[in-house]
Design a protein around this ligand. Structure first.
Ligand code: SER
Length: 341
């Protein structure tokens, strides 16, 4: 008998850390963790198996299927928006072909199991693209169907993979004589910028939020790469994990769309700097905007409308701006960087 497992790709990333810890602490889930990088020691106790490898490696994915019955996939592996611009074609391969490989694996698993494999996909505010700052400032809260004209390779990849997931769930091989009944159950969330106390993201463009905080907590100066008035939606990592699990547990019949926005608070970069200063008065934060990264952030919405998620699966964040810092980020970060005794 093959073991029933949950597969988490990008296990060693920002979101992977949060999800593996959370599921692992529940203790009733067999986690297969996949990442190109070695898994952090602190995550190892939670994973039934860690596989170091690439989602582009079809042989590796094939071997996994031989050994495990994959019931749920959290496909978190991705090359983020800033990093993707340094090698757009490689980003496309990882972000799109990698996702395609996992979708195909999920369909195959569904067929073997005779029931839909759940495929949870984190998309992003990068899927949006507002043409200029004036439009961004006027747009208000953006719904899932508005302004889907991303300007980054990462955003384009995310938007396309949302559609790929919808296709694999509803229309895969639709002209076959015996169309496949065991399709996948694909669900996606468009996340705002995420802030975690455990990790800093690698290669994103909303990274100025978490970077400002982590630098201050370590007593290091920080040059913020966007203007002080730059506004983006953000969310604390525990809420991001909560949203993934709530969407996973939602009744299929209550879902009216494939992709849902979630959000919590939407500070300006100056607001984040002020909060960081209030906890770390000696923090040295300078604003040194980087033209191209600023342009990317200016194309992302200042706020998003998550009323569909609230209505369909009862989404509500636990951490607003005040609580996110006072009850989660600051205490956890202080502990993280406390000098060893
Ligand atoms: N945080 C991501 C990035 O900055 C957006 O999803 O690329």
């Amino acid at each position: 008998m093959r073991k029933e497992v949950v597969l988490i790709t990008g296990a060693n990333g920002e979101m992977g850390h949060g999800l593996i810890k959370h599921l692992g602490q529940q203790g009733n889930v067999n986690i297969i963790a996949l990442d190109v990088q070695p898994l952090d020691d602190e995550l190892k106790p939670y994973a039934m198996r860690f596989i170091q490898g690439d989602i582009l490696d079809q042989m590796l994915l094939g071997r996994m299927v031989v050994e495990f019955e994959i019931r749920t996939i959290f496909h978190l592996a991705s090359i983020l928006s800033t990093k993707a611009e340094y090698n757009p074609e490689t980003a496309h391969r990882v972000n799109v072909e990698g996702t395609l490989n996992l979708l195909r694996l999920a369909v195959e698993q569904s067929q073997w199991q005779g029931r839909p494999v759940m495929f949870i996909y984190p998309s992003s505010i990068a899927a949006y693209g507002l043409p200029d700052l004036e439009t961004k400032n006027r747009a208000g809260k953006i719904r899932e169907t508005q302004w889907c004209m991303p300007i980054t390779m990462y955003g384009i990849n995310k938007l396309y993979c949302e559609h790929l997931g919808r296709y694999y769930a509803a229309n895969y091989r639709q002209l076959a004589a015996d169309p496949d009944r065991s399709s996948i159950d694909f669900r996606a969330i468009r996340f705002p910028g995420l802030i975690s106390a455990d990790t800093i993201p690698t290669g994103g463009t909303s990274d100025y939020g978490p970077e400002m905080l982590h630098h201050a907590a370590q007593g290091e100066p920080y040059n913020c790469f966007v203007r002080p008035d730059t506004r983006l939606p953000f969310m604390a990592m525990p809420d991001a994990i909560k949203s993934l699990l709530h969407l996973m547990n939602a009744r299929r019949s209550s879902l009216t769309q494939t992709v849902y926005n979630v959000t919590s608070f939407n500070p300006t970069a100056q607001d984040i700097a002020d909060i960081v200063h209030s906890y770390f008065p000696a923090a040295e934060i300078n604003f040194v905007p980087h033209g191209s990264r600023q342009k990317i952030v200016d194309s992302w919405p200042a706020d998003i409308d998550d009323s569909a998620a609230r209505r369909d699966w009862g989404w509500q964040p636990d951490y607003d701006q005040e609580r996110a810092f006072s009850e989660y980020l600051i205490p956890a970060i202080r502990q993280r960087y406390a000098a060893p005794v």
